[in-house]
Design a protein around this ligand. Structure first.
Ligand code: ZN
Length: 458
């Protein structure tokens, strides 16, 4: 037997059993075909003694949507699958999207966004609630999207502060009926947002839907992380079907013209305009003044604003919890192919560098599981997130002693510098990254989900 690829003598991580072993992995036809200590032969053989061989990373909170620049940055740090369509934003024509993205650099999975649904039925004013008719139309479109293979529903309630609780619940019920995951970017951040974290958890309590709370640190990493975590833990103890993802940065990024940066945000965060940085556009890398803030809001609302308003200690406090998955929030703002925020290029290497190597807060195996097996399980991807016979050959090989992020905020450095310590990344058995080089291949698939009603046995 000659395999397509043989990865030899690596430390293979069992993300499910939280164990490791040394051996050889044989890939055939895009799948992991054998794991053995016997000598095996391949058309390509890679000697990786001392290196980690683990599943490719599954980013449960991304905004890639076919953006190749973003996918290239992500795969360079080991991401092989992204869960797109977060924060209420998604493609407006899924038929087209699925056709155009049949093959891509990495695997993509899509959600439909609530804000996108609102716009489709004509609710363009973010401070307005949808009326009964509009809600009915949105529900129809939602079912249609599920029919096309869209995997979940996302809310970005902070971006549409006018949306009513009824409208949110009515859509959530449809998702619950089909057993689809709901991702929620809460209606507000900071102290005032805590009651809206309750609103998000309540959606699961009231509808039975599986709910994932998005980028917790960006919402509550400003001094109220402990309280937010307690609220989540109460829900978990109650038996609610909830989960949480969070990133590695204390400063978040979003469009400067969005409701997140509405008048009053400076007072809410207890900061100065200087704590806001332009991530893209004419002021890229500069700290803002009141005048610059007003100019960008008025004339360049799509430019990225970075709010340096969080606490790094809370980044780690959140990620240390065993139920938290690691995510990037990558893909929203790109300027000439370059991301506005270092999260796109640095998240996972930063996670391994800080929490495992430097601070010894969690084990390497646990850390890998939080980026692979846990999101795979949450998304129902039975062939991903594991190194096992028959699993998709989405594989990351890295050096645990070296792995480190090199990207930084635009005021301090380059946002897109490739990490160190990545040896190889495979997507469906095809090499996509070799050292620092991202190869021009398209082995990724856009995965569709089945349109089935939820049943208890599931
Ligand atoms: Zn968001």
């Amino acid at each position: 037997m000659i395999y397509d690829v043989v990865i030899k003598n690596g430390t293979i991580i069992d993300t499910k059993g939280l164990r490791s072993t040394v051996g050889n992995v044989g890939i055939l036809g895009g799948k992991i075909s054998v794991i053995t200590r016997e000598n095996i032969v391949g058309n390509m053989e890679l000697e990786v003694e001392g290196k980690i061989v683990c599943p490719g990373i599954i980013d449960i909170h991304a905004h890639v949507e076919g953006n190749l620049d973003c996918a290239r940055v992500l795969v360079a740090m080991g991401v092989t699958t992204v869960y797109n369509g977060n924060c209420g934003m998604s493609p407006d024509n899924f038929k087209e999207f699925f056709k155009e993205n049949e093959s891509f650099l990495i695997n993509q999975i899509e959600q439909i966004g609530h804000t996108a649904l609102r716009e489709k039925v004509g609710v363009k004013d973010r401070y307005k609630a949808a009326n009964v008719e509009e809600i009915e139309k949105m529900k129809e479109l939602l079912e249609e999207a599920f029919n096309l293979g869209v995997s979940g529903l996302s809310f970005g309630l902070e971006y549409v502060p006018g949306s009513s609780k009824v409208e949110v619940l009515e859509l959530a019920k449809v998702a619950a009926k089909y057993g689809k995951l709901i991702s929620i970017h809460t209606r507000a951040d900071c102290y005032g947002g805590l009651s809206f974290l309750r609103e998000a958890i309540d959606i699961s309590r009231k509808t039975g839907a599986a709910v994932n709370i998005s980028h917790l640190v960006y919402q509550f990493g400003m001094g109220m992380a402990t309280e937010a975590l307690h609220m989540v833990e109460d829900g978990l103890r109650e038996g609610l079907d909830i989960s949480v993802d969070s990133g590695l940065y204390s400063g978040f990024a979003t469009a400067i013209g969005s409701a997140v940066f509405d008048e009053g945000c400076i007072e809410k965060w207890g900061c100065d305009y200087n704590s806001l940085i332009a991530g893209t556009g004419k002021y890229r890398g500069q700290r803002l003044t009141r005048e610059m803030y007003e100019e960008l809001r008025k004339d360049f609302p799509e430019d990225t604003g970075i709010g340096m308003v969080g606490m790094e200690s809370e980044v780690f406090e959140i990620l240390e919890k065993p139920y938290i998955m690691v995510s990037t929030d990558a893909g929203t703002m790109y300027d000439k192919g370059i991301p506005g925020h270092p999260q796109d290029a640095g998240t996972y290497p930063k996670f391994f560098r800080t929490m495992v190597r430097e601070q010894n807060r969690i084990s390497l195996i646990e850390a890998i599981s939080k980026c692979t097996y846990m999101p795979a399980k949450r998304l129902g991807l039975i062939n991903k997130g594991i190194i096992d016979i028959g699993a998709d050959a989405d594989i990351l090989v890295f050096d645990p002693k070296v792995i480190a992020d090199k990207a930084d905020y635009p005021c301090f450095g380059a946002t897109d510098t490739r990490p160190e310590g990545i040896e190889y990344v495979f997507v469906n058995g095809v090499m996509a990254v070799k050292g620092n080089e991202v190869l021009g291949v398209k082995p990724g698939k856009t995965l569709k989900s089945k349109h089935e009603l939820w049943t208890w046995s599931k």
